[in-house]
Design a binder for this molecule. Structure first.
Ligand code: NI
Length: 137
């Protein structure tokens, strides 16, 4: 753990009251923990704007498992992007649909390219990508 430094922050009373309300609502144990979290989130969001930044991502895909071609395409894509694929999880949602969560690691631009390729495959009903910057986390 890096060295901790104390800082003083001046805030308007109304803003502090609103911040304390947010802290209570979200269940943070202290203002310091809430501030650290918010600062990391903003820094992470800034990093995601750089295509070469390192990140991890969860790609969520809902698809009909009767599209047998899709299943083999998904597996093929994961093998062809082996360096980026950390793990994947398959859940049978109902009689027809499956949820696949694929965890990728790499540069933001590469992750986005792979994820968009996966989401655009024929048979995918819903797709979403959640990215987290991991530099300096
Ligand atoms: Ni399934």
């Amino acid at each position: 753990m890096s060295q901790v430094e104390r800082i003083g922050v001046s805030l308007e009373k109304d803003l502090l009251a609103a911040f304390d309300g947010l802290i209570a609502k979200r269940g943070y144990p202290s203002r310091s923990e809430a501030l650290r979290n918010l600062i990391r989130r903003e820094i992470g969001a800034e990093q995601l704007g750089r295509p070469e930044a390192m990140a991890v991502a969860a790609v969520f895909l809902v698809y009909n498992h009767h599209s047998t071609k899709l299943m083999s395409m998904l597996t093929g894509l994961q093998h062809s992007h082996l360096l980026q694929t950390i793990s994947s999880l398959h859940i049978h949602l109902d009689q027809h649909d499956c949820l696949e969560v694929i965890v990728l690691r790499g540069q933001v631009s590469e992750i986005n390219k792979t994820a968009e390729h996966l989401i655009s495959l024929k048979g995918v009903k819903l797709g979403r990508i959640n990215l987290l910057a991991i530099e300096g986390a």
